[in-house]
Structure formats: C-alpha cells, structure tokens
Design a protein. Structure first.
Length: 347
C-alpha cells in the first residue's frame, strides 16, 4: 500500500492519501480546500487515480476540498449520513466498509465531538484514522456542534481502544508536530481518557476546559455542509495565460508542446551556460532569450516584461530556480518548462 501523510500548517490538519500499488487507485482523507494543488500534484506524480474522498466529520476549522477534488477527478465523496451534508455520494454509517481496489476501511461511528464523527480502520487493523475523536495525547472538544463529552468517552474507549494495542493512530490534527501514536500509547498516556480514567474523570475534565471558538467556524461549517462547494458554485480562479500545473514541490510548470504552440505570446528564457547552448540548440524555438542562471540576478532587467516568461535549462532544475529571481524582479506570469531539454527530447 502507498501511504502519505500531508499537513496544512494554517489549520494544523493532516490529510492522508492511501493507494493500491497494483491498481493505482487512491483515496484521500480530510483534504483541505487551500491544498488542492499540492494534493493533485502528488497524485499525478505518483501516477495515482483518485477514486474516493473521505472526511472524518464536518470540520469547523477548515473547509474541505471534497467538492473541488471531485470536480477535478470525478472521485466520489463519502461522509457520515448523520452530517446531512449536500453533495455526498456515499452516506456512511457504523459498520460500513468503504474503499478502493486493494484498500478497504471499516467505518466506526465515534460521535461526541460532533454527531457525524467517523473513524476509519484499515481492514487489517494496523491503522485507524480518528479524525477529531481521538488526538495524540488529547481529543476533540465537546463544547459546541453537538458535542457530548460522555458520548465521546464511550466512542473512544469502545470503538478505538478496542483495536489492537499496536494499531497506529492517525488523527485529523496535531498542534505540536506529532505525527502518529498507537492505541497502547493513548490508553496508557492520554491525559484526558487514558491511564484508567473513567467516564466521570473525562466528563469533568472536558467541562472544565475553556477554549476559544475556532477562528473559521462561521465560514467553514456552512461550506462543509455543501461538501466544500463555494457559495457561488464556481471553481477558484486559476492562471489563464497558460496550461499550468503546479508540481508537488510547488513549481508552476508547462509542457514543451504548449510552449511550441504558444511561442508568439511568451518570452522563453534559456538559463543554460553558453557552452551548453552551442552543443544542444533547440530548432523548434525561434525567440529564445539566453541569460545563464549564474548571471541572471545581475541581468534580470534584460528579460522583457511585455509577455509571460517560461524558463528552460537541460533538466528543468536550474530553470525552476530562475522563477524566484524573476518573481523578485516583478514578473508575475512565470512558469518552468517541465523536464527541460531532457523532456523536450521526448516530445
């Protein structure tokens, strides 16, 4: 199985991608609206086809990317039936099985933080994705959005702590950089619900907490009841001047075919050294601007500003660094040619 844990630093949210190595089908858990380009880039670079989008609950601290990912990939959206959100293709209840070819998840209802909280357990019980029900050395709050501390206690102790001790716990959030725990660790060391705490201990602990309301709750809850669909129903704006893909490294890229077809409307900056251009010239291009990367900071004013700029080198590595130099000089429409000259030779 392919497994990736991703992080959104604004909301401290973990997003998980699970995929089957043979079928290349993938599912994603708790995607964040603002991170869609990152998630799509990773799926593309790993040659995965997204088939299923899961949320553990209706989040109050960020907007889900479920609807947006569905528009981009056609994947189905799954969420607890108890949430009652719009746009859900698979309404999940306790005991269901959901997944993709080669990866199956057992659905366990773990309400108490919200009515619609679910935990997803890998079929071999080696992993559980607990959402906000159980965090690493903590748990979800129970003071708003149908919260119920007693219900949460039973969800944790009966549905999560009943898993094998070595089952790895992957929560929806962590605010201290911790990435995973285990059932045994949380049963032993969780300061709210572990170490022999009973229901009364837990409920009184939770009632004594005084936490500020989530900053994005007024925006996030209504949007998440629409599966993350914007109120106007429109996709976020994307660069219109080129067919740009953002890599997992965060680099805006265009392919060589697009460059050939759009030469009149762009400036092409070749940042190879002089001896390289003499050996490997590109006959397909007729409007190259040649400034070696080693000289670009001092000569960036020579790059015309009348058109967008795409950058080129042997492999696409040096030319990706040139994008930052161009942006610092005021060029706002820039992209790297994917794969550089090596990619061009495969065109």
């Amino acid at each position: 199985m392919i497994f990736r844990q991703l992080y959104d630093c604004v909301s401290s949210t973990y997003t998980y991608i699970l995929a089957d190595e043979n079928s290349r089908e993938a599912l994603i858990i708790d995607p964040v609206f603002e991170q869609i380009q990152r998630d799509l880039a990773l799926l593309r670079e790993l040659n995965l086809e997204l088939k299923l989008i899961l949320d553990t609950h209706c989040h109050a601290d960020h907007i889900t990317a479920a609807w947006l990912l569905q528009q981009k990939t056609g994947a189905k959206i799954a969420l607890a039936a108890a949430v009652g959100a719009q746009g859900v293709d698979i309404a999940l209840t306790h005991g269901d099985t959901v997944g993709i070819k080669g990866v199956k998840l057992e659905v366990r209802a773990t309400p108490g933080h919200t009515d619609g909280c679910l935990s997803y357990v890998l079929s071999d019980h080696s992993m559980v994705f607990t959402g906000d029900a159980l965090l690493i050395r903590g748990c979800g709050r129970s003071d708003f959005q149908q919260g119920d501390a007693a219900r949460l206690y039973h969800s944790i102790t009966e549905q999560i702590f009943s898993l094998p001790d070595d089952c790895a716990i992957y929560p929806a959030h962590d605010y201290n950089g911790r990435t995973r725990s285990t059932v045994c660790e949380e049963k032993t060391h969780n300061p709210r619900v572990g170490g022999g705490a009973n229901e009364r201990d837990f409920v009184q602990y939770m009632k004594a907490m005084q936490l500020p309301h989530p900053k994005k709750i007024d925006e996030a809850l209504p949007a998440n009841m629409r599966s993350g669909k914007p109120e106007d129903g429109q996709l976020p704006s994307e660069p219109a001047w080129a067919d740009i893909r953002i890599s997992f490294a965060g680099i805006p890229e265009v392919d060589s075919e697009w460059v050939i077809q759009n030469q009149p409307s762009i400036n092409i900056l070749d940042v190879r050294e002089q001896d390289e251009t003499a050996v490997a010239a590109l006959g397909d291009l007729y409007n190259l601007i040649h400034i070696p990367l080693s000289e670009l900071r001092d000569r960036v004013s020579e790059v015309p500003t009348d058109k967008p700029v795409v950058t080129l080198c042997r492999s696409g590595k040096r030319s990706s660094l040139a994008l930052g130099i161009l942006k610092n000089a005021g060029h706002d429409k820039v992209a790297n040619i994917r794969g550089g000259l090596l990619g061009w030779q495969h065109h």
